[in-house]
Design a protein around this ligand. Structure first.
Ligand code: VG1
Ligand code: CO
Length: 543
């Protein structure tokens, strides 16, 4: 076995986005592509010699090849140990926990999350730091800078590791531990939630369906929901990870998890339905005849968290990404705790969590999590919901309605325009940005604009500034229109339009969401000209 230094030339496109580097799989399969990016990350780090690196993956196509490459590179670069999940499986939140629990230096997550997988689909690599969370911009900027000038990478020529069998191996001088991907994570969940109460609820006939979407949460859900909590076999469907997610799109929303939605709205609906995405950090929550928007779910989980043993002493604060509805703000206000608004992407929550300024965080994109790890966590959200249901002995629908009665309802929707021509999308945003001062003083059909800006975040912990994080147009009645371009897409641009309206009145909580927001939807189009400029007469996905 020898360590080698391989000459390489830079790729111009290795700029990490909202959540690591995401590209079409064939891009990642080019010679030196994975190696260049991984070495650029390692070159941006300091003090890792002899330390532990965790490698997680969602089981998608090309994970196996990339994992073996990263193991060889970690060894050649001087890491002391790699921990990797059996079969290369380790969900994003489980990776975060393994990093923290075993005091690793950091870790790589191989996933393109909710994007489809396969030779013609998407792949991704993300680096997480020692707190278990995604690398902050300071590091991702350094990685990108390095990727533009990289001229060599280090790798050994040791044989492949048998990822299929739990055990201890070596790659050169470095130890490789293949670990049970579920054990540490399941043990953590047991410390947070009232497992006996949830098990008792299942024993008394509570019915649930969890759709793992052929993605990474299958093994976790089988073990935790069925084996540990006693949910009947068959509660978890699509529970075996597959390299192309069974040919599906592992995005737990109302389009790609339609079957689950239809089941919960149908005549023989179970009490509770949930799903998670490719890498296990998102959650979809649907009660019998009640879809819970992710923004409402965040508010509800924050308001009810003390019902779970892990949060019995209350929460210190809440953070939400800027486009997420302000439902959680009302909970924070009532509890008298801190509320933070951050840019899109979990990396912005890390500092607030580390400083114990917030306990619960969430995004409108079906991501919720807490200080137990430094990633959003799909199964965690499902288990907290189950804990709340067990404690309150009410239906999801009743709990949601109670919440609205107390706090009012934030009607909320997101309209995505996928695969828009990049130049068209950029011009739309640039033109709108240029008109913000003028828009700020306008009244549209008696709805006065209160502010119009491009969101800038000042991190209260490290003082860093992140600008151009999305255009916000806020109105005097608390309604908002937000527009931003996705940082996770791999083809063209994805334009996201977020719409929100607050309705305090108790008798007004049963409107259809799209109808309740109809005026704002048409106003957004009037202001930004989305349909005319994109040539689309409807969004690709409405959530
Ligand atoms: C999207 C979501 C964002 C989320 C990110 C990563 O980003 O909007 O809230 O943090 O995906 O989630 P963007 O830039 O496409 O809007 V995941 O589950 O893909 O890691
Ligand atoms: Co994800």
């Amino acid at each position: 076995m020898t360590n080698k230094t391989i000459s390489t030339t830079p790729f111009a496109d290795q700029k990490p986005g909202t959540s690591g580097l995401r590209k079409r799989t064939p891009v990642f399969m080019q010679p030196h592509y994975v190696e260049n990016f991984v070495q650029s990350v390692i070159d941006a780090l300091e003090g890792f010699k002899g330390k532990t690196l965790v490698i997680g993956g969602d089981g998608r196509y090309h994970n196996d090849v990339a994992i073996q490459t990263i193991i060889r590179m970690a060894a050649a670069n001087g890491f002391g140990k790699v921990m990797v999940g059996q079969g290369g499986i380790l969900s994003t939140p489980a990776t975060s926990h393994v990093i923290r629990h075993h005091k690793a230096f950091g870790g790589f997550v191989l996933s393109a999350s909710h994007n489809p997988g396969g030779p013609d689909a998407d792949f991704g690599i993300k680096y997480n730091i020692g707190n278990g969370g995604p690398a902050p911009e300071k590091i991702t900027d350094a990685v990108f800078a390095r990727s533009k000038v990289i001229d060599r990478y280090l790798i050994n020529d040791a044989p492949d590791i048998d990822l299929g069998t739990i055990g201890s191996y070596r790659s050169g001088d470095m130890v490789v531990e293949v670990i049970d991907p579920v054990a540490d994570y399941a043990a953590l969940m047991q410390t947070l939630f009232d497992f006996p109460a949830i098990a008792n609820m299942f024993a008394n006939g509570f019915r649930m369906r969890f759709d793992a979407m052929h993605a990474v949460t299958g093994p976790y859900a089988h073990r935790i929901l069925e084996d540990m909590l006693g949910a009947p076999k068959g509660t978890v469907i699509n529970g075996t990870p597959s390299p192309d997610f069974g040919g599906g799109h592992p995005d737990p929303n109302l389009v790609y998890a339609r079957d689950l939605y239809d089941l919960l709205m149908g005549p023989d609906a179970p009490d509770f339905g949930a799903a998670s995405d490719g890498d296990g950090d998102r959650n979809l929550i649907i009660g019998r005849k009640r879809f819970v928007t992710p923004s409402d779910s965040l508010a509800l989980l924050a308001a009810n968290a003390p019902l779970a043993p892990g949060y019995a002493n209350g929460i210190t604060g809440i953070a939400r990404s800027m486009p997420t509805s302000a439902a959680a703000d009302r909970v924070a206000e009532k509890l008298g705790i801190e509320m933070h608004e951050t840019p899109t992407g979990w990396k912005f929550f890390g500092n607030l969590l580390d400083a114990d300024r917030v306990t619960i965080c969430g995004e409108e994109s079906a991501g919720t999590g807490s200080n137990h790890v430094r990633e959003k966590d799909g199964l965690w959200a499902v288990l907290l919901w189950l804990n709340i249901l067990a404690a309150r002995q009410q239906s999801v629908d009743d709990i949601v309605r109670d919440h609205w009665a107390t706090y009012g309802r934030n009607y909320y929707t997101r309209h995505d325009y996928d695969e828009v021509d990049t130049a068209v999308a950029n011009k739309l945003m640039d033109d709108l940005r240029a008109r913000l001062p003028e828009i700020a003083g306008t009244t549209y059909d008696s709805l006065a604009v209160a502010y119009a800006d491009d969101f800038t975040y000042h991190d209260p912990i490290d003082g860093s500034t992140s600008s151009r994080q999305g255009i916000r147009i806020g109105f005097a009645d608390g309604s908002r229109i937000v527009l931003r371009l996705s940082g996770t897409g791999t083809v063209g641009a994805t334009l996201r339009l977020y719409l929100e309206r607050y309705e305090p009145a108790h008798g007004q909580h049963d409107l259809d969401t799209q109808s309740a927001l109809a005026f704002l939807i048409s106003l957004a189009d009037r202001i930004a000209g989305v349909r005319e400029r994109t040539g689309r007469d409807a969004p690709s996905v409405i959530t």
